[in-house]
Design a protein around this ligand. Sequence first.
Ligand code: ADP
Ligand code: MG
Length: 352
Amino acid sequence: KISENLPVIRQLDEAAINRIAAGEVVERPASAVKELVENALDAGATRIEVTIADGGKGLIRVKDDGCGIPEDALPLALSRHATSKIDGSDLLNIHTFGFRGEALPSLGAVGRLKITSRTAGGQAAEIAVSGGRSEPVRPAALSGGTVVELRDLFYATPARLKFLRTDRAEGQAVTDTIKRLAMAEPYVGFTLRDVTGGGEGRVTFRADPESGDMFDALHGRLASILGKEFAENALRIDAEREGLHMTGYAALPTYSRGAAVAQFLFVNGRPVRDKLLTGALRAAYMDVLSRDRHPAAALFIDCDPTLVDVNVHPAKSEVRFRDPGVARGLIVSGLRHALAEAGHRASTTVAG
Ligand code: ADP
Ligand code: MG
């Protein structure tokens, strides 16, 4: 009698698994843009063009001039946990944005995805997948690199679609994502076009290969993203502590904001949103800024990959330092030192 009601354990099919995973990897159009642009960067692109419509809900297209995907590897690129970026045994040594092999299968499960690609010596080919069902690889026309086109995001998961905000708000989040990645990669040229309703809104962050050293390139990029005023009021930051290296620019207290809208933090080249780091940034300015003002800064912390875990969250925007105290101390003391040199000495000294 009991056995009649016994639950049956079944393996979920691939499409269902991908749709569940997509819930974690792709929260909104901006997360899809992040995944696709990171893939382009991992492929060594020097120019990346992003096109969106309807806040990214209707269309996201990312075109790059990177290494391309070999024709016979296209189906593999769409299969779950397949990646060219690590060999699986080395999760401690990650030098690329991607490594989970989840983005493309997830996007193909919740939207209509088409990948067109061509490697240096190969033929152009494309593969399409919609709601988890993929079509066979077909010949295509493309001079090189990769174009990934994602239409009707979340059409296969209407519940998720309902939770999205207005096209305007989603589009703004896409712009924000592009800005963060463009700061992280000042040598790469970025274009973002919004073609909603046949429009032509366009933001371009040009890359200038003549822009000298890393600081000059970053300074130029920050000027075009955060504005000339930020760039003119920014202190160059270059500090080190116990294997952690911090570079970037932080604005003088006189150029502060009423909200924490101009704080950009990166760990090993990856844009992160991390309470520990933003808390340290705040602490560094504590004595030179009133409570209702927020410092503006773009800071890059680099260290051996074994000193930080980027594997905390599927979207990978959180990090965990092996020694959080060192990261905090580096930010607080590095910024205070730069501020003091610029004549903004803190009234008290706080250990850190
Ligand atoms: P991951 O980035 O974690 O490896 P993805 O699902 O994002 O996983 O991509 C799967 C694979 O497809 C990548 O490892 C890479 O080999 C290939 N790929 C994806 N996008 C591109 C691109 N724009 N250019 C070249 N190869 C790409
Ligand atoms: Mg990826």
